[in-house]
Design a binder for this molecule. Structure first.
Ligand code: FMN
Length: 161
């Protein structure tokens, strides 16, 4: 492993970051355009007390303004069988047609079949370079047993169990 300066080798930097295996989430919100979603692997747990989580939308995303302003949002941890849900919200922010979902009392879409869901209220945002760090306070959580969709090295990988 030869060390390098990420500023001089952005592709190498991206490759090195991709070594870190993550789950995959879909973040949903209500918006002036109606229900929206985005596939995101930038999810992380932050704090147990108070219950805080974070995710990071890219500033150059066409969806950025919709999520930057959302006071309420839901983060869905995808099951390994939900690759289609992942792909749909990678391509299209309004990919709800044909999906099993329903709005909660605040209009935030809840997608069925996920491993876990965190219903959040805006808590804080922090500067994060070309991304924005959005911290949510979790007001309701749900989870079930199962295997996750995993992303590593720029591709989807399987856990066997
Ligand atoms: C596995 C995976 C993880 C992603 N994670 C993020 C993320 O954390 N933040 C983000 O802004 N976009 C992320 N994306 C990209 C968005 O899902 C989506 O493709 C992108 O926003 C499309 O561009 P648009 O918003 O301009 O339409 C991810 C895509 C994939 C496939």
């Amino acid at each position: 492993m030869d060390p390098f300066d990420p500023a001089e080798d952005p592709r190498g930097f991206r490759r090195a970051l991709g070594a870190f295996a993550t789950g995959v989430t879909v973040v949903t919100a209500d918006s002036p355009e109606g229900p929206v979603g985005i596939t995101a692997n930038s999810f992380a747990s932050v704090s147990l007390d108070p219950p805080l989580v974070l995710w990071m939308p890219a500033r150059d995303s066409a969806r950025f303004a919709l999520f930057e302003r959302s006071e309420k949002f839901a983060i869905h941890v995808l099951h390994r069988d939900q690759r289609e849900v992942c792909d749909a919200f990678t391509r299209d922010r309004a990919a709800f047609d044909g999906l099993d979902w329903a709005p909660d009392d605040d209009g935030v879409p809840r997608i069925a079949g996920c491993l876990a869901r965190f219903e959040c209220r805006h808590h804080a945002t922090h500067e994060g370079g070309d991304h924005l760090i959005i911290v949510g306070r979790v007001v309701r959580a749900a989870a079930r047993e199962g295997l996750p969709l995993l992303f590593q090295g720029g591709r989807f990988v399987s856990l066997h169990g």
